[in-house]
Every structure is written in C-alpha cells, then in structure tokens.
Design a binder for this molecule. Structure first.
Ligand code: FAD
Length: 444
C-alpha cells in the first residue's frame, strides 16, 4: 500500500468534501468507507439494481456535486474498509472486510469524518428483535429500497421522525402514528428562529403536509413508555401530556431520540506536527450540524490538515461563517424539539428494563451497584457491573448508564460516558487473527 498524504475516514458528505478539497489542492488522498456504498447517513447510495431513494431536488444536486468531485479528482474510494484506530507506533489500521485482512498505513494526516450515532432512550422492550432505530430503518430503505411489511410506529423525539414519516408516506406506506415527546407547536417563539432558515422550514412543510393528507396522527407531548410482544406483533403503551395512557398494536417500532457525534474508539485530535499523524475531525463526527454543514466542515478540515502538514493557507473565515449559520439552525431545532416534560432516565423505568443490550444488564442491576457504602466510579460500573462490557463497548448504552448513575449517586462525581466506553481502539470489532497478521509497514 502506498501511504497517502491524507487518509480520510468516512464516505459521507464531510469525508467526500474533505477528500476532494485536498486532492484539488494537490495532496495524495485515500478515502475509506466501511459500508458497501458511499453517501453516509443522508446520501446513502443503494445496492446494485435498486433505484436511489428520493431525497429532494436540493439533496440530489448536492450529491451530484460530491460525486462529480470524486470523478474529477480520480479518487477511487476503498469501500468495505473500516478504520480501526492508531496503533502505538502511530500506524493507521484499516480492515479490508472482504479479504478479512488488516493493513497498516502511515499517512501524514487523518481526517475523521465518521458521522453521528443515533440515540435511543431505554424503555421496557426497546431491546427486542423487531424494534429498530428510525435512522437504521431509513438507511436500510435507502440501501435496499424495501420497507418492512406491516404497521410501523415511529416514536421518540426530533425532526428525523417527521422526515422518515414523510418519506414512508410518499412511498404509499404511511406509519400508524408519529409519537413525539416534544410539542413543537407550543414552542412558537423559538420556532420563529426557523424563519432565518427557509430550507428547513420548506422541508418540514413538505413532510407535515404529506402526513396531514394521509391523516397520520402526530401525537405530540406524548412518550412511548413500554413495548410488549403480543403474538407476532407489539403492544405499545403511550402516555400523553395529561398522563393519560393508551395502547396501540403495531408490527414494527422505530425509535429515535436524537443523534450525537460518533467518536467511539477514535483517536483524539492532534494538531502538533511531529507527534504522530495530524488528526482532524469533520462533519457530524465533530459537531452535529446536519448534512449541509458536513460538506462545509469537510472542506474546512482538509484546509486545516494541509495547513498543518504543508503550511498551506486556510480559507477559514467563510467556512466558519457558514457553519455558524447551520449551528444556529440546529440550536433552534433543539429548542423546538425539547421534550414537553423532562425525561428522567429512571423515573418511569421498572427494574427489569434492559440498559445494556449486549450484556442484558438492567436498571435493577445498576441500582444494586449503588447500595454499597461507596458510590461506584464509571470503571467499576463497567468492570464489576458489566455495563458497556459487550460487543458494542457502550456505543448505545454508555450515555444512559452514565446519566442514570449520576441520579443514583448524586453526591459523587458523575461518571462520564468515556469512563464506561474507555478511550481505546479498535473503533469497530475485529477478529484477533486479522490483527495479529498485520505486516510491519515501513514508516514514511
Ligand atoms: C441515522 C441518521 C439519519 C439521518 N437522517 C437525516 C435526514 O433524514 N435528513 C437530514 O437532513 N439529515 C439526516 N441525518 C443527518 C445527516 O445525515 C448528517 O448530518 C450528514 O450525513 C453528516 O455527514 P457526515 O459526512 O459527517 O457523516 P455521515 O453521513 O454519517 O457519514 C459518515 C460515514 O463514515 C462511515 N464510517 C463510520 N465509522 C467508520 C470507520 N471506523 N471506518 C470507515 N468508515 C466509517 C459511515 O459508514 C458513514 O458512511 C441523519 C443522521 C443519522 C445518523
């Protein structure tokens, strides 16, 4: 493998924009993506033989520009290739998932554009087969063009639920309902801030219009409390703003409670030349600002990396101004979608609610750890309690376990999610045999 100047991790808009920008500036670039197709969460390309999922004219125009950039610069992305981390000698380890082989690479700089992770609040039954994340369902539909048969319920909080509901409706498969913990209509003053962002307003209007025409209920200020299997289906229990409870029977539940940067098992930023490869983050993996910001931030990150390795000039001002605008839009959306009632992680959860899916550890198991004389620290919760100890190493549960632990031990320093996940690579699970066979690559 020839070592590139710049290794870009992630084939979403941030990674592609970074790779194209750096190649345009004359740097040699390697772009790796662990999935079989480029596009990331929003622009995910379909598998062969499947029609691309409609993402609107504006989205399609943006994707065409990214694609054209790759063709123009001659960058051939390495698909099905996962970045595992930086080893002790500063080599970037890449897993070729087709060959089952791990390779070492010594770029001068690395851009981490690994996107966001979806958050799902634990509630009884959230871990059952057939309960998925809304983003996961959306990505599956984009890749395969298929929508699961049966009645689908979308629940949680955030604009993604409305987007997905609108897309399902446009495909003739409206969801049974959208259950939203916030009440965006009561946040009118905050919502006025969206007038400065007509793109977001127009997108929301299209989706909400579709839902209204198809008579899909948007049950605001309502939470999904529990999911119970009922034959081949699920019975879900909802609680509205007045505390009234109702049940629904559905075949699929898709949950979503926001997104946060995916920095799981990744190396820390390094902007010190001479101390190993330069590491710069970009896109949702640095700060969740959405799909337009991801492209802008990818370019900014490429400029930053090239400035650090070669002293090339950075065109930072314009990038930062445009990012500030997207940050404002996200701040307004966060206020509009703030839960109508504060959601305490433990308030409504029975003791047998699973918190850590991989190890099957429950709310009750966590409470037991807090019955001793000393409040357990994050590492003890992991090592003794086995929370965040399974295959995903806390990718899904660490935030909730940390939040619940802070409530259970209010007098001790609150554990950080990082105390549970640890700061170690690999970023993705990898067979030990593949790691052991890594050849010693000569350092550049
Ligand atoms: C589940 C989900 C659904 C979303 N839906 C919408 C929507 O409907 N509308 C909207 O406007 N915005 C949506 N967003 C937000 C939007 O997708 C993002 O803002 C935008 O895609 C961010 O671009 P990015 O390049 O930073 O990350 P992404 O687009 O997420 O791309 C990151 C890429 O990195 C790859 N990757 C991650 N780790 C590794 C690794 N270790 N090795 C190799 N590759 C790796 C991933 O496979 C992915 O392709 C969604 C986000 C998520 C997470």
């Amino acid at each position: 493998m020839t070592d590139p100047d710049l290794l870009v991790i992630g084939g979403g808009p941030a990674g592609i924009a970074a790779a194209v920008r750096a190649a345009d500036a004359g740097a040699s670039v390697m772009l790796v993506e662990m999935r079989p197709a480029l596009g990331g969460a929003f622009h995910r390309r379909p598998i062969e033989g499947v029609e691309p999922w409609p993402i609107g004219r504006e989205g399609e125009r943006r994707w065409a520009r990214l694609d054209e950039g790759l063709v123009r610069t001659g960058i051939v992305p390495r698909l099905r290739t996962a970045f595992l981390g930086l080893d002790g000698a500063g080599a970037a380890l890449l897993e070729d998932r087709v060959a089952g082989r791990v390779e070492a690479c010594h770029p001068r700089a690395i851009i981490l554009a690994t996107g966001a992770l979806e958050s799902v609040r634990p509630r009884p039954g959230w871990h059952r087969p057939g309960v998925v994340t809304a983003g996961g369902l959306q990505v599956m539909m984009k890749e395969t063009g298929r929508i699961p048969e049966g009645r689908i319920l979308l629940a949680g909080s955030g604009p993604l639920l409305i987007a997905l509901a609108g897309q399902l409706t446009a495909r003739g498969r409206p969801p049974v309902a959208v259950v939203e913990a916030a009440d965006p209509f009561t946040e009118m003053v905050a919502g006025l801030g969206l007038l400065a962002h007509p793109r977001h307003l127009a997108e929301a209007a299209v989706h909400l219009g579709r839902l209204a025409l198809a008579r899909v209920p948007w049950r605001r200020a309502t939470v999904l409390e529990a999911i119970t299997p009922k034959g081949d289906a699920f019975e879900v229990r909802l609680r509205d703003r007045r505390g009234r409870r109702t049940t629904l029977e559905v075949d699929h539940v898709a949950l979503h409670d926001g997104i946060r940067p995916n920095d799981h098992g990744l190396p820390a930023a390094n902007e010190t030349p001479g101390a190993g490869p330069i590491v710069v983050s970009a896109g949702d993996g640095r700060e969740v600002l959405g799909v337009v910001a991801a492209e802008i931030d990818g370019e900014r990150a490429a400029d930053r990396a090239l400035a650090l390795i070669d002293g090339r000039p950075e065109a930072t001002r314009d990038h930062l101004r445009r990012l500030a605008r997207e940050r404002h839009a996200q701040a307004v959306l966060a206020r509009v979608f703030a839960p109508a009632r504060p959601l305490d992680p433990l308030e409504t959860l029975p003791d047998d609610t699973v918190l850590c899916r991989c190890e099957g550890r429950t709310v009750g198991d966590l409470k037991v750890l807090f019955t001793g004389a000393d409040t357990p620290a994050g590492r003890e919760i992991k090592l003794t309690g086995r929370f965040a100890m399974g295959l995903c190493q806390g990718r899904f549960c660490a935030h909730w376990v940390a939040e619940a632990s802070a409530r259970l031990g209010p007098d001790a320093p609150a554990p950080r999610p990082r105390d549970l996940t640890g700061d170690r690579w690999p970023a993705r699970p990898v067979p030990i045999a593949a790691l052991a066979a890594v050849p010693d690559a000569p350092k550049r």
